[in-house]
Write a protein that binds this ligand. Structure first.
Ligand SMILES: *Cc1c(COP(=O)(O)O)cnc(C)c1O
Length: 357
């Protein structure tokens, strides 16, 4: 019997392209015909240094990163950036503005408060983060404005970025490489890899050079952007294998046609799924229409229903990890870059057939 194809709609760690998984598996045994596992190779050996350099170049190329930005490969997840950024940037005489658009934003706010003055300029918390606030006032002494470009749990996304009084800092963990962006609008972009580009273990930080080394604080070396930048992310052992998987994912993206092409595919997949949720009387979206994420699609029963039954129904069809986040309930389909259109089509079919069953 042929094994059933599984489509993994997990929010993260999330689906990766099958070809990338195979390349990663091979590299664990024999990296690039060096007769050695990538797990055993020195981060300072030529093949690994070349691979990391190439990964940086691919990011540079895909996002059109201007030359006055540094690309760092760090550890500690996006969660460490919640504190590392204010630690490195926030001084006593200025305010950091934060937009509160979800659980991850709220965590970033909590950490920043340890290091300086924080002003929460807007929040959609009262409506369970079902939209992106549009009108808000920023501090006049603002150093930066923090946004979470895609709210993984609640399924909202910023489609237009606000103009910051200072500069924009952005958590792009769940939508980096999903659409073209103008990096020059941002002072700092950070993203954990395990949503849209690789496995957990590496965090990509893209930061403008002039922001490095300004905090006036004594920082532990591992938490200092200046040290990581000066050492080209080789101050200590970087997460080589995780970076390698990101490298292969970016090659996959390149073969596919790059960011513009994946953006079109992402829009088409989202349209298909939201279209069915809109059409189907049994389900509905809890999210304001204009802010609906192309990456994470939460949906709920319109008039109640047996959630477990629907999840089982989907699981039997190979459609897994569709349970909504515990704070929202219902269902959530994460349809990152690596989720094939076929997977979304199968989910749409399941939603359709379930309501007829
Ligand atoms: C998953 C996620 C995080 C947390 O990432 P870690 O790498 O686990 O620290 C932060 N922000 C967003 C938007 C996320 O989706």
């Amino acid at each position: 019997m042929e094994k059933q194809k599984i489509y993994n709609f997990s929010a993260g760690p999330a689906v990766l392209p099958e070809v990338v998984l195979k390349e990663a598996a091979e590299a664990v045994v024999n990296y690039d015909n060096h007769s050695m596992s990538i797990l055993e190779m020195s981060h300072r050996s030529a093949p690994i240094v070349d691979m990391i350099t190439e990964t940086r170049q691919l990011i540079h190329q895909f996002l059109n990163v201007p030359d006055n930005y540094r690309i760092l490969f760090l550890q500690g997840g996006a969660s460490l950036q919640f504190s590392m950024i204010p630690m490195n940037i926030l001084t006593d005489d200025v305010t950091a503005d934060y937009t509160d658009t979800g659980a991850w934003s709220a965590k970033a706010i909590k950490e920043a408060r340890i290091y300086g003055k924080v002003n929460v300029v807007c929040s959609s918390k009262e409506t369970v983060y079902n939209h992106i606030p549009k009108d808000f006032e920023q501090s006049s002494d603002q150093v930066y404005l923090h946004i979470t470009t895609n709210n993984t749990i609640y399924g909202t996304q910023w489609f237009e970025f606000p103009d910051a009084n200072g500069f924009l800092v952005s958590d792009m963990s769940s939508d980096i490489f999903s659409r073209p962006i103008d990096v020059s609008k941002f002072g700092i972009i950070y993203a954990g890899a395990q949503k849209n580009m690789g496995p957990a273990g590496v965090t990509i930080v893209i930061l403008r050079e002039d922001l490095i080394g300004k905090s006036g604080r004594d920082l532990p070396a591992m938490l200092d952007f200046a040290i990581h930048s000066e050492k080209d992310s080789m101050f200590n052992t970087p997460p080589v294998f995780a970076i390698y998987v990101v490298n292969r994912t970016l090659h996959w993206l390149n073969h596919l046609g790059g960011i513009e092409e994946i953006f079109e595919q992402n829009k088409a997949k989202a349209k298909l799924l939201y279209g069915e949720i809109e059409r189907n009387p049994i389900f509905k979206s809890p999210v304001a229409k204009e802010d609906r994420s192309l990456m994470n699609v939460p949906f709920i029963f319109a008039n109640g229903g047996d959630e477990k039954d629907f999840l089982n129904y989907c699981a039997k069809r190979g459609l897994v990890t569709l349970k909504g986040h515990r704070s929202v309930g219902g269902f959530r389909a994460s349809i990152y870059n690596a989720m094939p259109k076929e997977g979304v089509k199968n989910l749409v079919d399941a939603i359709q057939n379930y309501s007829q069953s």
